[in-house]
Design a protein around this ligand. Structure first.
Ligand code: CUA
Length: 375
């Protein structure tokens, strides 16, 4: 009985300790924190990370010295009630000069890499590929002026090539922050700001608006999709096929035909679908297309990546079917989420400019099929 109690007591101490240790170690997981600035993946991000590391080690040295001196004094000079009053150092000029001078020298030393880093990050390397970033409440428009391509919320970049972001806002102040690649850069209406980096790695990386910009600021996210230069060229070529069709249609064309130009380049059938399965899919697509034209979606959204109107109210949807997320980078692009978003955007992300349009469940399925085809 006594032994069991002792063992139980030992467990009562060890188990919570192990639990705390597990929690602490969970903080080290790289996979759980993709949006960290401490694991830089670009030249730009490494400049900031180096400054942070330098400052951290300076601070660690100061901490150890100060706390060490404090602990030493606490134990070495512990007072007893009968001790005489210790000698007072208030007004001792020598000591005051020393403890003013040492921190001043440390700050001056830290300023050297900091100021150097500030200048480095503000100097865009020559020959960078331009990407225009336009902040909107609450989503991001990305335009590739050299290729004439527009997209939204998921930025494609080529690994190993420097990109230069030229940033503007359509409404209020935002801040573009892709933590693995670069520091925050505010995005203003009527004023241009720039940001640049060269990505080391490929992959999909989340980013976030970092300046409070209204009630959905926290859900003004985005993704950077870094791909190999070859894949990037393929993507650009693919997007360039999503333009307005040449107006070659005969004059007697059916009325619906001219509307179809809006979705040039859409794929009706997904990969691996046989024609039997494709038939109902095509019907859904056609129904969705009609709804897209009649429900008012077209007023705010463009489906063409080429010659897309600048600064439209809603995000460009040219490749919305292929994006990892919808609703500006925070909602997984599943069929279920896409349908719900179409039906009741105000319930999903209250305050967005897209109103609930009274779309039925059946209609949302058709609209989803139509949008999903825009890969
Ligand atoms: Cu945009 Cu916060």
């Amino acid at each position: 009985m006594h032994l069991r109690t002792a063992a139980a007591r030992r467990y009562a101490v060890v188990l919570p300790l192990l639990g705390v240790l597990a929690l602490a170690l969970a903080g080290c997981s790289r996979d759980q924190y993709p949006q960290t600035a401490l694991l830089p993946l670009s030249d730009f991000a490494r400049i900031g990370d180096d400054v942070q590391d330098t400052t951290f080690y300076w601070a660690l040295g100061v901490f150890i010295l100060v706390e060490g001196a404090l602990l030493y004094s606490v134990f070495r000079f512990r007072g007893k009630p009968e001790d005489p009053e210790p000698s007072q150092i208030h007004g001792n000029t020598t000591i005051e000069i020393i403890w003013t001078l040492i921190p001043a020298l440390i700050l001056a030393a830290i300023a050297v890499p900091t100021v150097k880093g500030i200048f480095e990050t503000n100097r865009t390397p020559a020959g960078a590929m331009k990407i225009e970033v336009i902040g909107h409440q609450w989503w991001w428009e990305f335009r590739y002026p050299d290729a004439g391509v527009t997209t939204a919320n998921e930025m494609f970049i080529p690994q190993g090539k420097t990109v230069e972001l030229v940033q503007n806002s359509a409404d209020v102040i935002h801040s573009f922050w892709p933590p693995r690649f670069a520091g925050k850069r505010d995005v203003f209406p009527g004023r241009e700001t720039r940001l640049w980096w060269k990505a080391d790695s490929t992959g999909l990386f989340p980013g976030q608006c970092a300046e409070y910009c209204g009630i959905q600021h926290a859900r003004m996210a985005f993704h950077v999709r870094s791909v190999t230069p070859g894949e990037f060229d393929q993507w650009i070529a693919h997007m360039q096929s999503k333009g307005p069709k040449a107006p070659a249609a005969p004059a007697a064309a059916p009325a619906g035909d001219s509307l179809k130009t809006a979705s040039a380049g859409a794929k009706v059938q997904g990969p691996g679908q046989d024609s039997a399965a494709g038939a109902p899919q095509e019907a859904e697509y056609a129904k969705g297309e009609k709804l897209f034209m009649t429900k008012g979606c077209m007023g705010c959204h463009s489906l063409q990546a080429v010659q897309a109107p600048k600064g439209l109210i809603g995000p460009n949807l040219a490749n919305v079917g292929a994006r990892s997320h919808i609703a500006a980078g925070w909602l997984k692009n599943t069929d279920e989420n896409l349908e719900r978003w179409i039906r009741e955007p105000q319930a999903v992300k209250k305050g967005v400019l897209m109103p609930n349009l009274g779309v039925t469940v059946e209609e949302s399925r058709a609209l989803r099929a139509y949008l999903r085809a825009h890969q």
